[in-house]
Ligand binder design. Structure first.
Ligand code: ADP
Ligand code: MG
Length: 354
């Protein structure tokens, strides 16, 4: 937990300034967390698969102080369309449900968090598939735990924040985002086994450059679409008689064809995406950048055609960068808009720039 006097980050300063302006308290504590970009392995964390996310340098900062009154109060620099309805946080319905949810889960876990004022500043694009929601949750958790002089293991913070997103924000997300945000250092990729809840750092070859392109598309149906996909994956697992689809042995993949067509497409994506993540880790280890790029393109086609979570705008970006000589590209995150991740040879990037 950084102390106020060692914070030089512009985002931290903005959070503290906003806190002072909105609530008048001058001795705010701070907490922060990074966004993340998923290199490969989407919509398989909740099916028990392996995923390969990377923590971003962009962060969300939260300034927190004990409130003078009896209720929590929230403010953010971000001016999106889900602004809090009740100024006093008594009925968290907008973005404040993420922060209020984390406070509620901390208190349910018997952490004596007093009523607080919270101000949020962030450099993570919101709703773009770069996990601004987990960054917000984890920053709130770290700030609130720091406020009472407590500590909590990273694993527990990740699980608590995932529960907050399920119970209070209404998104039945897997564990990837909260785990990556609590376990990876900025710029570090990790291979996370979502069934075992264990992660290891993965080194990226020096010759590989990763770009993120924001499509600017923010889809209103995102939350409902996410929950519907998760329900499909769980229904397919039940019909196949496995606890999680990632458990389905390759020898049984042919049984997927007998599922109802939509569930078959969802299940095909999950089992193949799990295999692609393992192949991608191998490709990175052997510095086979061509293979890594092919796997990104295969992942994109699967999310587009079998999982139905891409959009025409995202598909067009993938096709364009492919035409421009990228090794590969894919939509990243939950889908329905957001960002494309692009893999290029680092020398090609330098050549473009020069
Ligand atoms: P992602 O996590 O990919 O950015 P989500 O839809 O999961 O997209 O989460 C986005 C939501 O999280 C926003 O609509 C808002 O409610 C909340 N949020 C994230 N960052 C902030 C922020 N800096 N200030 C206020 N709300 C935020
Ligand atoms: Mg999110």
């Amino acid at each position: 937990m950084p102390r106020v006097h060692d914070v030089h980050d512009g985002c931290a300063v903005r959070a503290m300034a906003l806190h002072a302006e909105a609530f008048g308290a001058s001795h705010a504590q701070v907490g922060c967390a990074s966004g993340r970009v998923n290199l490969i392995g989407d919509h398989i964390d909740y099916a028990g698969g392996p995923v390969l996310p990377m923590a971003l340098h962009e962060q969300t900062w939260v300034a927190i102080a004990p409130a003078r009154g009896e209720v929590d109060r929230f403010t953010s620099e971000w001016r999106g369309d889900d602004q809090p309805q009740a100024a006093d946080g008594s009925d968290a319905m907008g973005w404040d449900r993420y922060a209020a949810g984390v406070l509620a889960e901390l208190r349910a876990a018997r952490r004596a968090i007093p009523p607080v004022t919270i101000a949020v500043a962030s450099d993570v694009p919101v709703g773009a598939g770069l996990s601004s929601s987990a960054a917000l949750e984890v920053a709130v958790a770290r700030a609130a735990i720091g406020l009472i002089g407590g500590t909590m293991p990273a694993r527990d913070i990740a699980l608590l924040c995932q529960r907050a997103e399920h119970m209070h924000a209404g998104t039945p997300c897997g564990i990837m985002d909260q785990w990556c945000v609590t376990h990876a250092r900025a710029g570090e990729a990790i291979l996370l086994d979502c069934a075992a809840l264990a992660s290891t750092p993965v080194a990226l070859p020096r010759g590989l450059a990763i770009d993120i392109i924001d499509s600017g598309v923010r889809h209103a149906l995102r939350d409902g679409g996410y929950a519907a996909r998760r329900a499909d994956v769980e229904a397919a697992a039940r019909l196949l008689g496995v606890a999680q689809l990632a458990d389905l042995a390759a020898a049984r993949w042919s049984e997927i064809d007998a599922l109802p067509p939509r569930l078959a497409r969802r299940a095909r994506h999950v089992v193949r995406e799990c295999a692609r993540v393992r192949a991608a880790v191998e490709a990175l280890a052997t510095e086979d950048l061509t293979r890594f790029g092919e796997l990104l393109l295969e992942s994109h086609a699967s999310l587009r055609d079998d999982f139905d979570v891409s959009t025409p705008e995202i598909d067009a970006i993938v096709e364009r960068v492919r035409g421009e000589g990228a090794l590969g590209a894919r939509m990243t995150g939950g889908g329905f808009g957001g960002c494309v991740i692009v893999a290029r040879r680092a020398d090609a990037v330098r050549g473009d720039a020069g």
